[in-house]
Design a protein around this ligand. Structure first.
Ligand SMILES: Cc1ncc(COP(=O)(O)O)c(C=O)c1O
Length: 417
């Protein structure tokens, strides 16, 4: 197992030095977007200073932009385990998913079905539901409410010979459950359907291997894994070549250009490249071994170290939550099942709304979220939507046991007030 160099990690993130009301800020808001290391900030600045241009021009800055974009595709390919031309950048995951769903929907109509799940963020629900206007039926696979895990029997029952796409999250952004995605892909393919994975919430926490999963599409958002605000879509080459993208006529038909419509936000993509390099650096520092390890191997090491650190934080959070009177954790609470979740917790405190809790913590410099964070299917299913949703407390690898201790002490104080 790797060992995360936490003091080094924290020094890389300038934002972590902020204070609120005289207290160091505690960023437990990572599920809505993480902070960025200084390499990312420098890469964005450097892009503007040295390379700012549109693509494919016969001059230096344009050529540097082309080279940076090519390397960013290779970096994201290393992160998810595919070829560079199967990576597509876009404004964010939601926009990319609407574009893909709309293109897939061109060939669908009455009699076709799509399956989503109750655990999903709405960015993996509404783009598919938009196809209902074409007569497509969207079904929703349910969860087991007691631990907020996917009900695989219900998923099996919802998939049939009419199913064209199974679209599901890798991990829940509200309660942290990791879905059995390989099994979901297998079920989709056995019915002849395509498998789309929303890996936005999983990407900061665990390694992704699209070839091993055999999924057809996978989307993620670099601003959730220490990069800037952008989206990334992996699409299997055969599908991305076959499907008809909505694009302008002069834009190339080759991959990935066909799907990267309009001018991309180059400076942010320079930041994505730096974010992947940062993660690889985490890996190179975390495990003894050959120093000259390649980027994908370094990323695998990084995730081993990140997972070990985060499981420690998750165990600490769970133990602390279970000791606070009136606090209910939604999701997996069995400490023996930490491998089935990421350290994102959806909780409620008796007698206090999630907003009151988030405000109380926020005044003490502890950043959390309240509401549904667009996981609307889930907050409705859990019956908490009308009363303010959940308080979400999400750790990533730059968080420390001391920060978790402060958050738990503040919640305890609120519970007793
Ligand atoms: C699980 C999940 N999927 C999708 C999204 C949407 O991502 P984006 O903001 O890049 O559109 C989010 C954002 O919160 C998310 O947490």
């Amino acid at each position: 197992m790797g060992k995360l160099d936490v003091p080094w990690v924290r020094k890389e993130f300038p934002a972590l030095e902020q204070t609120v009301n005289g207290q160091p800020a505690v960023f437990l808001d990572g599920p809505a977007g993480t902070q960025v290391p200084r390499q990312v900030i420098a890469a964005i600045t450097q892009y503007f200073e040295t390379s700012n241009a549109n693509t494919c021009g016969a001059f230096a800055t344009s050529r540097r932009s082309d080279a940076m974009l090519a390397e960013a595709h290779r970096a994201m390919a290393d992160l998810v385990g595919c070829d560079a031309d199967e990576i597509h950048f876009g404004p964010n995951m939601t926009t990319l998913t609407f574009a893909l769903a709309r293109a897939i929907g061109r060939d669908l109509g009455p009699g076709d079905e799509i399956v989503v799940t109750t655990l999903d963020h709405d960015a993996n629900v509404s783009p598919w539901r938009a196809l209902e206007e074409r007569g497509v039926v969207v079904r929703q696979a349910d969860i087991r409410v007691d631990d907020c895990t996917l009900d695989l029997d219900d998923l099996r029952a919802k998939i049939n010979a009419r199913t064209r796409v199974v679209a599901a999250g890798y991990a829940s952004n509200a309660v942290g459950t990791i879905n059995p995605v390989a099994e979901m892909v297998r079920l989709a393919h056995s019915a002849g359907a395509l498998a789309f994975i929303d890996a936005v919430h999983y990407a900061p926490h665990g390694p992704i291997d699209v070839r091993a999963l055999d999924c057809d599409f996978l989307a993620c958002s670099p601003y959730k894994f220490f990069g800037p605000h952008t989206g990334v879509l992996y699409g299997k080459r055969e599908h991305m070549l076959r499907l008809r993208a909505y694009k302008v006529r002069p834009a190339p038909d080759k991959l990935p250009d066909k799907w990267e419509v309009g001018t991309l936000m180059h400076e942010n993509i320079a930041g994505v490249l730096a974010a992947v390099e940062y993660l690889a650096e985490v890996g190179r520092r975390s495990e003894a071994g050959p120093a000259l390890v390649g980027r994908r191997a370094a990323l695998a090491r990084a995730y081993r170290a990140i997972q070990e650190h985060e499981r420690g934080l998750a165990a600490q959070m769970l133990a602390g939550f279970l000791g606070i009177r009136g606090l209910k954790v939604y999701g997996i609470t069995d400490p023996a099942r930490l491998a089935e979740r990421v350290p994102t917790f959806g909780v409620r405190l008796a007698g206090k709304s999630p907003l009151e809790c988030a405000e109380f913590l926020g005044e003490r410099g502890i950043f959390t979220w309240d509401g549904n964070y667009y996981a609307l299917n889930l907050t409705e299913r859990l019956g908490v939507e009308a009363s303010g949703g959940l308080l979400r407390i999400g750790a990533v690898h730059y968080n420390t046991p001391a920060e978790i201790e402060r958050m738990l002490a503040a919640l305890e104080e609120l519970a007793q007030s």
